[in-house]
Write a protein that binds this ligand. Structure first.
Ligand code: DAH
Length: 372
């Protein structure tokens, strides 16, 4: 700052000359108008309104003027600085508006675009419904048992009391595994999960409470209701004092947990070589609960208006099977059951065609999600 100037001559303080103040003001207003971004405007603010801007420096010189000239110079410099500050504010608001409008366009998110270009698969409904079925038995204290898919004929047939000439052994039903020179190997692709009954009894300490979910094979052509590869859930109990009543109870608990409380079950006499007596198990239709029977006005597609749905086979384990597995038949008895998992998926979820289950179209699988 210059020393006080008593011989009044404003022209001597160059920076405060009216033309000079007007020039600095105009320069600042031009620069503000030219600033085309908020960053540029920031620099303009420092250069023309900051502590070291020409007008700020000129302002400091006012004190150096004789008192009579200070008011006039102060008005001119102050007026210029206020105008510049207002122009800065207006330009700032304008540039912010422009930026906001631009961001709305440039950073817009199209929420209708697919969020995931590589869709995740889903677990197959046969897997999830098989697990759900097995889980209900696990809840009753059963363990999960497994066995090989390529199985010895002895486990698949002989130990289960299929005599050598039993029709199920013939080439029509069974995939035989060829031996070394195309001869016999004594191995088959298991035609049911029942051989795991024998394995469980041989491998485990008694008593045995197991369920066996697994893949099974038969020489069927693929059609709407058959597949050469399918799945079963086998159950086996061997303990002291076991009766058919326990089997009735376990099936009843399974049906009520899987399909709904209060649904009735029934058994119809049947035949399997490995059980005696044997039965087919039916459950009351969980859709119509029998209301469609003899009522053509309200037909039921789930049970074909029969009121009952067949869910599988069962029976008291034939003592011959217990003997083949080394179980003391004086002390122990047991029962077994076999449920078809494809069949269960068909009536439980309304799947009409076996092709849908085996073709691997992700649209079929995804529709079931992960929930079942
Ligand atoms: N293994 C039989 C089949 O594949 C199903 C079956 C019936 C299993 C009765 C059982 C049973 O354990 O007791 O047709």
């Amino acid at each position: 700052m210059s020393a006080p100037n008593n011989s009044y001559d404003p022209v001597e303080v160059n920076a405060l000359h009216p033309d000079e103040v007007a020039r600095m003001r105009q320069e600042a207003l031009d620069a503000i108008a030219r600033a085309s971004s908020l960053e540029e405007l920031k620099e303009v603010r420092i250069a023309h309104a900051g502590d070291r801007s020409p007008l700020a420096l000129a302002n400091r010189e006012i004190g150096a003027l004789p008192p009579a000239a200070r008011a006039d110079a102060g008005r001119r410099v102050g007026g210029a600085r206020r105008e510049i500050s207002e122009a800065l504010k207006a330009r700032q608001a304008q540039l912010e508006d422009e930026r906001d409008a631009r961001v709305l366009v440039e950073e817009a998110v199209d929420v209708t675009l697919p969020y995931d270009r590589i869709p995740h698969g889903s677990r197959h409904p046969l897997t999830t419904i098989g697990e759900r079925m097995a889980d209900i038995f696990v809840g009753m204290g059963f363990e999960i048992a497994e066995g090989p898919e390529v199985e010895a004929e002895w486990y698949n047939f002989d130990a289960l009391n299929f005599l050598p000439d039993h029709p199920a052994r013939t080439m029509q039903d069974t995939f035989f595994v060829a031996g070394p020179n195309g001869g016999e190997s004594g191995m088959v692709l298991r035609t049911h999960t029942s051989p795991v009954q024998v394995r469980a009894m041989l491998d485990r300490e008694l008593p045995v409470y197991v369920v066996v979910p697994g893949r099974t094979f038969r020489t069927d052509e693929l059609d709407a209701t058959h597949s050469p590869v399918f799945h079963q859930l086998e159950g086996l109990v061997v303990d002291e004092g076991i009766t058919l009543a326990h089997l009735r109870g376990a099936i009843q608990v399974f049906v009520e947990q899987m399909f709904g409380e209060g649904l009735r079950t029934r058994m119809r006499p049947s035949y399997f070589p490995f059980t005696e007596p044997s039965a087919e198990v039916d459950m009351e239709c969980f859709v119509c609960r029998g209301a469609s029977v003899g009522n053509p006005d309200a037909p039921c597609r789930t049970c074909s208006s029969e009121g009952w749905i067949e869910i599988g086979g069962c029976g008291v384990v034939n003592p011959r099977v217990l003997v083949a597995a080394g179980v003391d038949t004086e002390r122990y008895s047991g029962w077994a059951f076999g449920l078809g998992i494809e069949r269960t998926l068909m009536f439980a979820r309304g799947v009409k065609d076996m092709h849908d289950m085996v073709e691997g179209d992700v649209r079929f699988t995804a529709a079931f999600g992960m929930e079942m």
